[in-house]
Design a binder for this molecule. Structure first.
Ligand code: TRH
Length: 356
């Protein structure tokens, strides 16, 4: 029987928790592991992964360890805390002289310096049913000294085989049109930016469902009749592979959160990140760390600062040809740097082997 991973996911907010966990589970399964994905709310998988994945079993959050025991590795995501019963089972293995499978906490993605310092560190468990065990920190990241980024082995092949002109033709995007994907929360600069885009005849705005769509609809309701119509598609939710294709097909990708940022990097088009906002503005330093790693030209930094409400003023013209060239070159260079590094699952296998 193939080695088995237990992955734990609690859905806190939005779609990123499920999105990252599903990509991880499907990638592990594609590389020959059996995966049990324990999740407290799997509803988003109905559209994100409607066909599931061979080797991945989605199960409700457990109260007890199943009869066949824990897997080769236990991965809790984003500090969600594994159930007491699993912690107790790991402790009992260790207390009876057997090796407990490594207990790994997969952390949030950041380009900040602490990630390189903290990746791979142990955290002794001092209380509760897992007392005496060690939990290992695994940090995804953008450099060699981190856990890397999710990148399925077949991604380059899928991307190379993608027929961009057909996709655009099927979606009615004309040859001279600029297609912009919009996946965001509620950026303060959005209404002004849409006003400005509405002055152009060559833009096709591909708006993702949920918060982005609601924000654009609010603008449309306010501007009804007042500005020239902007060509806007409100898209239905699509599966993750189809979401990837949307990013590959677009000329500019506005993305948010964590997983879509990584996918926009793989897409290699100019990307604008709406970072998940935190109450204490901790996301400002996180955004700047990413822009530093990206080696973003000043105009790309300015765009990000306005989009994320860190700098007042209208959005710079995102479709300026010179800007698009410099922006695209910078994302492509970043993509090449990342492709030269090991992906997250390759690194996780190595890590699990070391700690087992
Ligand atoms: O939904 P998000 O804003 O999730 C965020 C982040 O994960 C953030 O770090 C976390 O703290 C916060 O939630 C609580 O953005 P993200 O991470 O890009 O996740 C979106 C997922 O949804 C991603 O896997 C892509 C997927 N998706 C589709 O599969 N199809 C779609 O049509 C759309 C719009 C998204």
């Amino acid at each position: 029987m193939a080695p088995r991973y237990d992955i734990f996911c609690r859905v806190v907010d939005n779609w990123g928790d499920m999105g990252v966990c599903w990509r991880l589970a499907a990638d592990l399964a594609a590389r020959g592991r059996q995966v049990r994905l324990w999740v407290d709310d799997a509803s988003a998988l109905a559209w994100m992964a409607p066909h599931g994945a061979s080797g991945v079993e989605v199960r409700p959050w457990p109260d007890a360890v199943p009869a066949d025991g824990v897997g080769e590795a236990v991965v809790e995501t984003f500090g969600c805390d594994i159930p007491d019963a699993f912690a107790a089972a790991l402790a009992s293995l260790q207390n009876t002289g057997r090796r407990a499978p490594p207990w790994i906490n997969l952390e949030y993605l950041s380009a900040e310096g602490y990630v390189q310092r903290s990746h791979g560190l142990p955290s002794p468990v001092m209380s509760g049913p897992g007392r005496g065990l060690v939990r290992w920190y695994f940090y995804p990241g953008f450099t060699q000294r981190t856990g890397g980024l999710l990148r399925e082995a077949d991604l380059p092949r899928r991307q190379a085989a993608f027929d961009r002109p057909s996709w655009r033709a099927r979606h009615g995007i004309g040859g001279a049109q600029r297609a912009i994907t919009l996946f965001c929360y509620e950026p303060p600069a959005l209404p002004g930016w849409l006003d400005r885009l509405a002055q152009r005849a060559d833009v096709r705005l591909l708006v993702t469902p949920g918060r982005a769509s609601a924000a654009v609809r609010a603008w449309q309701a306010q501007r009804a009749g007042a500005s020239p119509p902007l060509s806007i598609d409100h898209l239905p939710p699509r599966s993750q592979p189809e979401f990837d294709e949307l990013l590959w097909a677009s000329d500019v990708n506005c993305v948010r959160g964590e997983d879509s940022l990584v996918r926009a990097l793989w897409a290699g088009q100019p990307l604008l990140w709406h970072i998940y906002p935190q109450h204490d503005d901790a996301h400002h330093a996180k955004l700047d760390a990413f822009l530093d790693w990206l080696d973003a030209p000043p105009a790309v930094r300015a765009l990000h600062h306005v989009w994320n409400g860190m700098r007042p003023g209208p959005m710079p013209d995102l479709l300026d040809d010179g800007l698009l060239r410099a922006w695209g070159a910078c994302v492509q260079a970043a993509r090449r740097r990342l492709l030269a590094q090991d992906d997250l699952v390759t690194q996780l296998f190595r890590f699990v082997q070391e700690k087992s």
